[in-house]
Design a binder for this molecule. Structure first.
Ligand code: UD1
Length: 401
């Protein structure tokens, strides 16, 4: 009997931390239940606990982009920080790969869990898929012994925007092609994977892990009333997040967006926490001078998790290009305009409160919402706060087989 079952959790960038936190809690809960029912469990479980290790690649490193989330989500300090920092896609991925290979060889986990679609997700999945463990190791579970490497599990698998100009779409395709277990949030994701020839037994629909975190922290976020701090009233402001290269890396689009936001702020205050990528471009293109004189267009530093959720929850509507925010607004039933030509999360349009918009239609779509349009959304199946528990159960069963 192997004594422990070793799982390595990988996180790198801001949206990963919300997806890792519920997994840590679910593993702790699982270990506690093994302890409490030791005799009973030993009959069915061939390991005494799940030993987890948290690896932070360091893709995001600012306090506001990383440390704040660890603190608020009560994540343990990473066991390893690769401290790769920023760089071009190739440099960033290569740095992660070089450093992650050492960590993987040293720790030799039975399972590597990657989440989401950032460069860290793809780079670590790639390393894990090619690593070869020494075959004399008796410490491995039967899973990694039979593979000769860790089992790769991707959480949030199967999402597709069908837009390969988006770096995240490449990350999704590569990660899913390499993963042994694909944990999906919705039926559309299952269909995408099946269409790509992924065997059905690798696909496990477990629900939306971000919603686990949202459900766990919503009460706290509501108690904080972050809008008070910005002098805003409930349902009387717009919450904006924009950081996609396609929106913020080009002078023409960034100026167009700012013109729309200035116009909007004359009707309804706007709170816009500015991502470091966006701020860099604001400075480069001289956008800040333009917005400074408009007091109801509030450009803040990037906000933590509780502030963000608290502000989304009481916004009149949200304008975003983030993937996660489309889901959070659907869950909270807040109208959402997504400034992108497509979304890898179509369920937020089909069932939820999301609507795609474009630079050309932005003014018109904003006006539409201001005139009272408010979609009635439904919460998709399995967005119920239990996704991480389902994942841990599936992995534990696999290990026990
Ligand atoms: C990354 C993800 C994107 C995700 C976003 C959330 C990829 C390809 N993109 O985009 O999917 O939606 O995170 O935030 O992985 N920077 C800082 N401090 C930091 C981190 C970044 O100043 O802590 C600046 C740097 O100038 C850096 C730039 O932001 O060059 C972009 O960072 P990067 O991690 O490359 O991509 P994001 O745009 O953050």
């Amino acid at each position: 009997m192997s004594k422990t079952f070793k799982i390595m959790l990988v996180a790198g960038a801001r949206p990963n931390f919300m997806k890792i936190a519920p997994l840590v809690s679910a593993i702790k809960k699982f270990n506690k239940s093994i302890n409490e029912t030791r005799n009973l469990q030993l009959a069915t479980c061939n390991f005494s606990s799940i030993n987890y290790l948290l690896v932070h690649t360091g893709q995001h490193y600012d306090v506001a982009m990383s440390e704040t989330f660890f603190r608020e989500l009560e994540l343990p300090n990473p066991d390893v920080n690769l401290e790769v920092g920023s760089g071009s896609h190739a440099v960033q991925a290569a740095e992660i790969m070089k450093k992650f290979e050492h960590v993987l060889m040293k720790e030799q986990p039975d399972v590597v869990i990657v989440v989401g679609d950032v460069n860290s997700t793809m780079a670590c999945a790639l390393v894990a898929s090619k690593i070869v463990y020494p075959n004399n190791s008796l410490t491995h579970s039967h899973i990694s012994r039979s593979l000769g490497r860790p089992l790769i599990a991707h959480v949030e698998a199967g999402l597709r925007s069908f837009d390969r100009t988006m770096p995240e779409e490449i990350n999704r395709l590569v990660t899913d092609a390499l993963s042994d277990l694909l944990f999906t949030p919705s039926g559309d994701a299952d269909e995408n994977l099946l269409r790509e020839g992924i065997p059905i037994n690798k696909i496990k629909r477990v629900g939306n892990i971000m919603i686990d975190t949202l459900i766990n922290h919503l009460d706290k976020a509501r108690q904080y009333r972050p809008y008070d701090r910005f002098g805003l009233e409930e349902k009387d402001y717009v919450f904006v997040t924009l950081h996609r290269p396609s929106n913020v890396d080009h002078e023409r689009s960034i100026f167009h967006i700012m013109d729309c936001l200035i116009n909007l702020s004359k009707k309804l205050p706007v709170i816009f926490p500015v991502h470091p990528r966006t701020r860099k471009n604001f400075i480069q293109f001289g956008v800040l001078e333009k917005s400074n004189s408009h007091k109801d267009l509030i450009l803040s530093e990037p906000l933590g998790y509780h502030d963000t959720i608290g502000l989304i929850d009481k916004a009149r509507f949200v304008l975003t290009d983030s993937g996660g925010v489309q889901e959070e607004t659907t869950f909270l039933n807040i109208p959402c305009l997504t400034l992108r030509p497509n979304t890898e999360r179509p369920i937020t349009i089909k069932l939820g409160t999301n609507k795609l918009t474009s630079l050309e239609n932005l003014d018109k779509d904003i006006e539409y919402i201001l005139n009272g349009y408010s979609p009635i959304g439904k919460i998709p199946e399995l967005w119920d706060g239990k996704t991480a528990e389902r994942i841990v159960e599936i992995l534990a069963k696999l290990q026990t087989k």
